[in-house]
Design a protein around this ligand. Structure first.
Ligand SMILES: O=C(O)CCC(=O)C(=O)O
Length: 278
């Protein structure tokens, strides 16, 4: 069933910076996707690592997921009828009681105006105990705060980053999800997640969407795929859809897109390289 957000729900999203939960697949499909993830991690680790950024360019079922009407209908109520998906990545948390995501804002590294929507898709149980996503309501309407990068192996985030400015953590809310459910949140909201103390790994995906008229504040260029409607602006370079799972042409296009994206925006001015280019 497609969740059609009411005007009140859209108003709440704009006020709080998130909407949750939305069901986009049943538990059986979420389990099948999880099984693909775990088999690929084990059997094809090099290919799996490429999925760290823009996995929708490499794997047809991920490309299909980014286009599911169950996702696009609520997102288009927020961003408008024309939608670009620029990224799909896995976010997996070990159940070791340490692996976590520090408080951060995605706008610190991916600052486009108007800001986009991130969809966190749960492929396993994402309860508080399992280290679900947490967010501080309304912080997307405030400034971009100071962040510090760390090399912490316990951080799930690519830069191990966290906010150094004071935060009112008591206001944080849990965005707990069942397998197959999704939380939508604004690029600018302060969010993070605690350690996983459940008996299972926490397996999720983040999908990133923009309206075609969004542009990087630093004057650079992003790339993405039109997943609904059309792009009348041409600000985004066009990423091709995969022509097969980890197909040769898809891998070459993916490498070129990730290199450009990281050089121009995600890792601009940094020596770091994304896992997807390792
Ligand atoms: O997976 C998580 O718990 C947080 C992921 C996240 O916030 C991010 O990748 O920006």
């Amino acid at each position: 069933m497609i969740d059609r957000l009411s005007e009140e729900q859209v108003r709440d999203y704009r006020e709080r910076g998130y909407h949750t939960p939305i069901r986009v697949m049943d538990e059986a499909e979420a389990l099948a996707r999880r099984q693909w993830v775990e088999a690929t991690e084990t059997d094809r680790p090099e290919q799996y690592r490429k999925c760290d950024l823009k996995a929708q360019m490499l794997v047809p079922w991920i490309d299909d997921l980014t286009r599911k009407p169950e996702l696009l209908e609520p997102i288009s109520r927020i961003l408008g009828p024309n939608l670009i998906c620029w990224n799909a990545s896995f976010r997996i948390k070990r159940n070791d009681g340490r692996h976590h995501a520090g408080w951060h804002q995605d706008t610190r590294y991916i600052d486009l105006q108007p800001p986009g929507v991130i969809a966190f898709v749960a492929l396993s149980d994402c309860s508080r105990e399992a280290g679900c996503l947490r967010a501080i309501p309304g912080t997307h309407r405030g400034p971009i705060l100071n962040h510090k990068d760390t090399e912490s192996a316990d951080s799930i985030l690519t830069r191990g980053q966290f906010i150094t400015d004071p935060l009112d953590e008591d206001r944080a809310v849990d965005l707990a999800l069942k397998p197959g459910e999704v939380a939508l949140f604004d690029h600018g909201i302060v969010h993070g997640s605690g350690p996983n103390t459940s008996g299972d790994r926490r397996i999720g995906m983040i999908l990133g969407y923009f309206a075609p008229h969004s542009r990087p504040v630093n004057g650079s260029t992003m790339s993405g795929m039109v997943v609904q409607g059309e792009d009348e602006y041409g600000f985004f370079r066009s990423d091709p859809r995969p022509d097969g799972e980890f197909a040769e042409t898809a891998m070459a296009a993916h490498r070129a897109a990730v290199e450009a994206q990281t050089r121009e925006l995600l890792y601009a001015g940094s020596e770091r390289k994304p896992v997807a280019l390792a």
